[in-house]
Ligand binder design. Structure first.
Ligand SMILES: Cc1cc2nc3c(=O)[nH]c(=O)nc-3n(C[C@H](O)[C@H](O)[C@H](O)COP(=O)(O)O)c2cc1C
Length: 333
């Protein structure tokens, strides 16, 4: 017995130490580089800019416009939009769009005759316009309007299909048939996964009070939840992963599955909007009290689904250029 213990225990301890060091390293990097603790790099500032301007874009989707919507977001943006680094890099797509969105925000209120000078002055508006005067990027508005019939027309080839998928937040309230959801899951199951382990699982919630509870805890779709009568919850199960190196693989496989699921839903003309589950253990526990999901499973995302209303708005969600994303590494780097 002791011989067996001697053999096993050191091995178990070795694994615990190895796992702790690796999670510790993840922890340190997250602490050092994310904006949990500080906002100092240009990328950190860009992160804050996107978070705030995207919230304003989402506010623009409401019709009629809510006066002074997203006021705190505008106030947050002022400090970044006047930051030297940010002004110097106004041609960066996401920085440019942040200026454009706040400029549009000002004009929307001006045109509606709503005074916002207590948190956004004409001088600020003029300054932002001046900063991006010479940046030649295309921009019409932070929101784009679609007719449902046109929205689903572009399923012919992958190029058009990919460009046509958007997060839709306006549902009729009608339910999608169970068979159609099954068809979408069958298609989504084509998602590749590490060694084909297929650790993802999709839950369907149709009980409205449970949906409202989940979306309340999720918190990212406030104002849009009334007509959400079906909710998918995508999880990935830790039981399918086996090495310390794979400790974060569930998020990768879950993310790949999520993307394929979004495409599959779009293919079957099921409107949907992913709703982030970047949550702490407090929200996880709150949800676990109400929804029976195995504790080995990690929620990757919540996805309200339904049928789109005939005419709806989506956020522009302007994308970076390929040049901004692709970096060629040479042997001298
Ligand atoms: C993992 C994930 C989480 C998201 N969470 C939310 C959310 O909580 N609320 C929301 O309104 N949109 C959410 N979105 C939608 C994004 O805002 C949207 O995908 C992004 O702006 C790009 O727009 P598009 O999907 O229309 O192309 C989420 C998207 C992803 C991929």
């Amino acid at each position: 017995m002791t011989r067996i213990l001697k053999k096993i225990i050191p091995n178990v301890f070795k694994k615990i130490i190895h796992l702790t060091i690796n999670y510790g390293s993840d922890f340190l990097k997250y602490w050092k580089y994310s904006t949990v603790n500080k906002v100092d790099s240009l990328e950190n500032k860009e992160c804050e800019l996107i978070l705030n301007y995207h919230s304003i874009e989402k506010g623009m989707l409401f019709s009629p416009m809510k006066p002074k919507f997203a006021m705190q977001r505008v106030i947050n943006l002022h400090s970044y939009l006047n930051d030297f680094d940010i002004m110097e890099n106004a041609s960066n797509s996401q920085i440019f769009i942040a200026y454009k969105v706040v400029i549009e925000y000002y004009e929307l209120h001006e045109n509606a005759g709503i005074d916002i000078s207590d948190y956004y002055t004409l001088e600020q508006y003029d300054k932002y316009k001046k900063i991006i005067k010479d940046v030649g990027l295309d921009f019409n508005s932070g929101k784009v309007c679609y007719l449902k019939n046109d929205f689903y027309k572009k399923n012919a080839n992958f190029f058009d299909f990919s460009f046509s998928r958007k997060s839709v937040r306006n549902f009729t309230g009608e339910k999608v048939s169970y068979q159609k959801i099954l068809d979408a899951i069958t298609l989504a199951n084509n998602a590749p996964s590490v060694c084909n382990r297929q650790a993802s699982k999709v839950y369907l919630v149709e009980d409205k009070s449970l949906i409202d509870f989940c979306l309340h805890v999720q918190g990212g779709l406030n104002g849009y939840t009334e007509n959400i009568n079906q909710l998918l919850i995508l999880t990935c199960n830790r039981e399918y992963f086996y090495t310390i190196g794979e400790r974060n693989q569930l998020y990768i496989d879950g993310g790949i599955y999520l993307m394929n699921l979004l495409y599959a839903l779009h293919f079957y003309e099921i409107a949907c909007c992913p709703a982030n589950w970047g949550k702490t253990i407090y929200e996880e526990n709150k949800l676990a009290e109400k929804i029976k999901i195995k504790s080995s499973e990690q929620i990757i995302c919540m996805i309200p689904i339904g049928l789109a209303i005939d005419e709806f708005n989506v956020t522009l969600s302007y994308r970076r250029s390929a040049e901004e994303v692709l970096k060629v590494i040479s042997s001298n780097d």
